[in-house]
Design a protein around this ligand. Structure first.
Ligand SMILES: Cc1cc2nc3c(=O)[nH]c(=O)nc-3n(C[C@H](O)[C@H](O)[C@H](O)COP(=O)(O)OP(=O)(O)OC[C@H]3O[C@@H](n4cnc5c(N)ncnc54)[C@H](O)[C@@H]3O)c2cc1C
Length: 528
């Protein structure tokens, strides 16, 4: 592990994910948090399918799914209690075709355990109070709750310090956007009713919406919009009951309030997610309405995108120019999330008759179309997120069911007679090169990435040669075709694809794109 170059500020889901993404690639960061312990409240509930896939690549997905409750669908009811739309998640093209319901505090517990396993120490009661950066590094001031102060220098700072980010303020990043003229009530309660379990139920009424999401342990998260008042105390069970009576189903019993909060929402996004040697990740860079359950998930995806790039730079294998692709790739995704969540919030609460008309009459017709509903499902699950227009992805003119820059779909191959998934193979650090050809040998290719790439040769037939992987189910050939190569980035996205004869030139071109420093220059730099 390389230590001493990176400071992560904040140990919420974004900071923890940033630590894992770096740690997996052999770079250890200092991680500080002003709070004395992890937050205990449930907050973000939805873990989207793409986050589960990232957790799969990190080898922690079973710890997450075993604690949560898979939500298999969403039902939207009109003002007359008629079912308007039913969205089934079971057809999502992933090993995790659902939205996992898990309180954020539980997701954080799994991430914390893994951060510790990787050898990180979370320094609690330690607040970043000042930061000054130039082209060489960042000077920061850390203040402990016992009064101790420390000044320290880092090459890079990752600001994961949430919606009120000090790192964002001190790096003078604008946080443009708007505040919504309403607030949301959140309450975790028990509900008894005859409605389908393991599905979310969203009710609309002239006064606003009421959404009920199933949670582990027989609870539901109730979310309702209401007019913004002064700061009010956390809602009590009577307020939840009142809202359910006016907006909810005809039959229900509600009790046992476990947690509740009033939640003010904003839609804001920084101009760029990088300010020199400072990166902004998660809520520090973008905040939006909780509609569609994107909040925590986007922060995890930001961290997965930044982690491998920063690790290559810290290890001296790529130049700093690679880091510009973090904001280039993630900013357009966040802009899309802001507009999708904004549109959904306005349509769902029917803030005017036009939006109510869209919701009640147009949405059911549009969403009855299979292609449209598949697209919406894949957007919400974040499986549709990709970087096909990224300057560091190599375009490919051949015929494939996916484009370079999109996530690699999982598939099963056989190793020594046992099934193994591609996502399990990708858990080793660095890039992964999949070679789909019955005959191919060129040990030269690994030299380009200087050991930062694992090569997986996949054959169609069993033979006595040193066979590593076999496409025994034909999943690989249907995904990629044959006699070709596919280069996978450490965050599980396809970086480049080529015919088998062009692997060498593809790797050279890709390594130029991601600013890999040629070996000779690297050794010269380390001699200086
Ligand atoms: C009441 C509530 C309900 C929510 N409900 C939902 C929901 O239903 N769905 C949804 O998608 N999202 C929801 N969210 C939002 C979701 O919780 C966030 O999107 C998510 O926590 C973002 O993670 P993060 O790591 O970026 O930031 P945070 O979780 O905010 O973590 C930031 C961390 O940085 C630390 N920190 C702050 N300043 C400093 C400093 N100067 N120095 C050191 N450490 C610092 C903090 O102590 C904290 O641990 C909710 C949030 C709240 C507050």
């Amino acid at each position: 592990m390389i230590e001493g170059s990176v400071l992560i500020v904040g140990s919420g889901p974004s900071g923890l994910a940033a630590a894992i993404a770096l740690g997996k690639q052999g770079v250890k960061a200092r991680i500080v948090d002003s709070a004395s312990g992890p937050a205990e409240s449930s907050r973000a509930l939805a873990v989207q399918a793409r986050s589960l896939e990232i957790f799969d690549l990190w080898g922690i997905v079973d710890d997450v799914t075993s604690r949560g409750l898979p939500m298999h669908g969403v039902r939207l009811y009109g003002e007359d209690k008629r079912l308007l739309v039913q969205m089934r998640l079971g057809e999502l093209p992933t090993r995790y075709p659902y939205m996992l319901s898990l309180p954020q505090s539980e997701t954080e517990k799994v991430l914390i355990d893994h951060v510790k396993e990787l050898g990180f120490n979370i320094e609690r009661d330690t607040e970043l109070t000042d930061i000054d950066f130039d082209s060489e590094g960042c000077m920061v001031k850390l203040q402990k709750s016992n009064g101790e102060q420390e000044e320290a220098r880092f090459q890079w700072v990752i600001g994961c310090d949430g919606a009120h980010s000090t790192v964002r303020r001190l790096s003078h990043a604008e946080f443009e956007g708007k505040e919504y003229p309403q607030q949301f009530l959140l309450a975790d309660v028990r509900i008894n009713w005859p409605l389908a379990p393991n599905e979310a139920h969203i009710f609309t009424a002239p006064e606003g919406i009421l959404a009920c999401f199933p949670m582990p342990g027989g609870y539901y998260r109730v979310v309702a919009n209401k007019p913004k008042g002064e700061t009010e105390p956390a809602p009590d069970i009577d307020e939840v009951r009142r809202l359910m009576t006016t907006r909810g189903p005809k039959e229900f019993q509600v009790d046992d309030l476990k947690w509740s909060s009033n939640f003010f929402i904003h839609a804001r996004l920084v101009e760029s997610m990088q300010r020199g040697r400072v990166f902004l990740v998660g809520d520090a860079a973008h905040i939006h309405s909780p509609a569609l359950g994107q909040g925590m998930n986007t922060g995890i995806q930001d961290a997965a995108n930044l982690g491998w790039k920063l690790a290559l730079v810290v290890k001296g294998l790529a130049s700093e120019a690679l880091l510009e692709s973090y904001s280039n790739e993630r900013w357009p995704v966040e802009r899309g999330v802001l507009s999708q969540t904004d549109f959904t919030t306005r349509v769902m609460d029917g803030e005017n008759r036009f939006f109510a008309w869209l919701r009640d009459l147009i949405a059911p017709v549009i969403l009855a179309n299979k292609r449209v509903s598949a697209h919406v499902r894949e957007l919400v699950s974040e499986l549709a997120v990709g970087y096909t227009d990224s300057p560091i992805v190599l375009p490919y003119k051949g015929d494939l069911p996916f484009k370079p820059g999109e996530r690699l779909p999982d598939a099963t191959v056989t190793k020594n007679g046992h099934d193994i998934r591609l996502y399990e193979l990708l858990r080793d650090p660095g890039h992964h090169l999949l070679l789909m050809a019955d005959q191919w040998t060129d040990p030269q290719v690994t030299a380009i990435f200087n050991g930062e790439m694992t090569v997986h040769s996949i054959r169609r037939k069993t033979s006595d040669e040193a066979l590593v992987l076999q496409d025994s189910k034909g999943e690989i050939v249907s995904l990629f075709g044959w006699d070709c190569a596919c280069l996978i980035r450490p965050d599980g996205y396809v970086g480049a694809v080529s015919g088998i004869a062009d692997v060498g030139s593809m790797l050279e071109e890709y390594s130029r794109k991601i600013h890999v420093i040629p070996t000779a220059m690297r050794s010269k730099a380390s001699l200086m």
